[in-house]
Design a protein around this ligand. Structure first.
Ligand code: GLY
Length: 347
């Protein structure tokens, strides 16, 4: 049974009407390839707005240093340092106690080496700390207090990461969480539970020689239990690269990505011959399968991937904010926003 037919069968099994499925899947069924000129290229798991902000400086770094690792780090740092983004780095939404706790990972294809930090507080650029874990230690992952001490040893400055915007969002969430606790919204406020969000960004790149690098960085699940670690710092879950084929990254509910080894799964599927698009869809399909259907739970995840032919993929389980998921790409041909596929959304 070919891949597409298998997917349709699964969705039919979940009770989604066939016309909807065929339409939703038409976009990806034709082994959709998205050639992006020749290498080098860098991709970002967001559309136009953040794509431009992240990829233009990343591209400039690649031009000036020739290092794909420097390039993806420059791109990821942009969103980590921007207080307007409430899902990554400085300005990220906090855990249930109002503390911003960051996860990030980095991986480099030529050495197959990697580094990550989990539950890192007070440091604005966790992906840069993850890079030092990769390059300046014999370890691959540092967490919590140890990660903070390591960052400080390398000269990173401790800062308050909770912006006023994030604090007010957290306070509203906290006060509206339950009508059976001691936190009340203002007298004129209402009981309005806020959806718990994840954000995250993946920046993946391949240089002219085919060397692959990637970063995933996040503030994780809003309102998480202190100590919760998502998929982003776990190599193979939120990020995986393999110089033989390319790179993949995940965003969305980390628990699902961890228990499917999501990014590793996407890269393995590409090694077996799938296009990045097919591989991202296969990873979404796997998550739906293990959950027993689209109607079982409020999970959502998105994968982006790139291979060393310059093909790019992007798929999510549900539509993002009422629209298709997007990935953006920069190469010699300039910037492009590419529409991915979503199982439960169509324009
Ligand atoms: N994917 C981000 C998280 O779940 O923490």
């Amino acid at each position: 049974m070919n891949h597409r037919r298998k997917f349709l069968k699964i969705l039919t099994h979940f009770g989604i009407s066939t016309p909807f499925i065929s339409k939703a899947f038409t976009q990806s069924s034709s082994k959709r390839r998205t050639p992006v000129a020749e290498l080098p290229l860098i991709i970002c798991s967001r559309g136009e707005l953040w794509g431009q902000k992240v990829l233009q400086p990343a591209w400039q770094t690649l031009q000036s240093t020739g290092s794909i690792l420097d390039a993806v780090e420059t791109g990821a740092n942009v969103v980590e340092l921007d207080p307007d983004d409430t899902s990554v780095g400085y300005g990220g939404l906090p855990n249930e106690e109002g503390i911003v706790s960051l996860d990030a990972s980095i991986m480099y294809g030529p050495t197959h080496n990697c580094g990550s930090v989990a539950g890192l507080e007070k440091i604005k650029t966790p992906c840069s700390v993850a890079r030092l874990v990769m390059e300046r230690t014999d370890h691959m992952m540092l967490a919590g207090e140890g990660a903070l001490r390591f960052a400080k040893a390398h000269g990173f400055k401790e800062e308050d990461l909770l912006t006023e915007k994030a604090r007010l969002i957290w306070l509203e969430w906290k006060e509206n969480l339950s009508d059976k606790d001691d936190w009340f919204p203002p007298a004129d406020g209402q009981y309005l539970p806020r959806k718990r969000t994840t954000g995250t960004i993946n920046v993946l790149g391949i240089d002219a020689e085919g060397n692959v690098a990637g970063i995933t960085t996040t503030s994780g699940l809003f309102g998480k239990i202190p100590g919760r670690i998502g998929d982003s710092p776990i190599i193979g879950a939120g990020l995986f690269v393999d110089n033989r084929v390319g790179a993949a990254g995940a965003t969305g509910r980390g628990e699902e990505v961890i228990r499917t080894c999501g990014s590793f799964y996407v890269v393995e599927k590409m090694l077996q011959g799938m296009t990045p698009q097919e591989a991202c869809e296969a990873a979404c399909q796997r998550i739906v399968e293990i959950n027993g259907g689209l109607d079982q739970g409020d999970y959502d995840d998105k994968f982006v991937a790139v291979n060393n032919k310059g093909e790019v993929g992007c798929a999510s389980i549900r539509g993002y904010e009422g629209r298709h998921p997007y990935v953006s790409v920069i190469s010699k041909n300039g910037f492009q926003e590419i529409k991915g596929t979503a199982l439960t959304w169509q324009d």
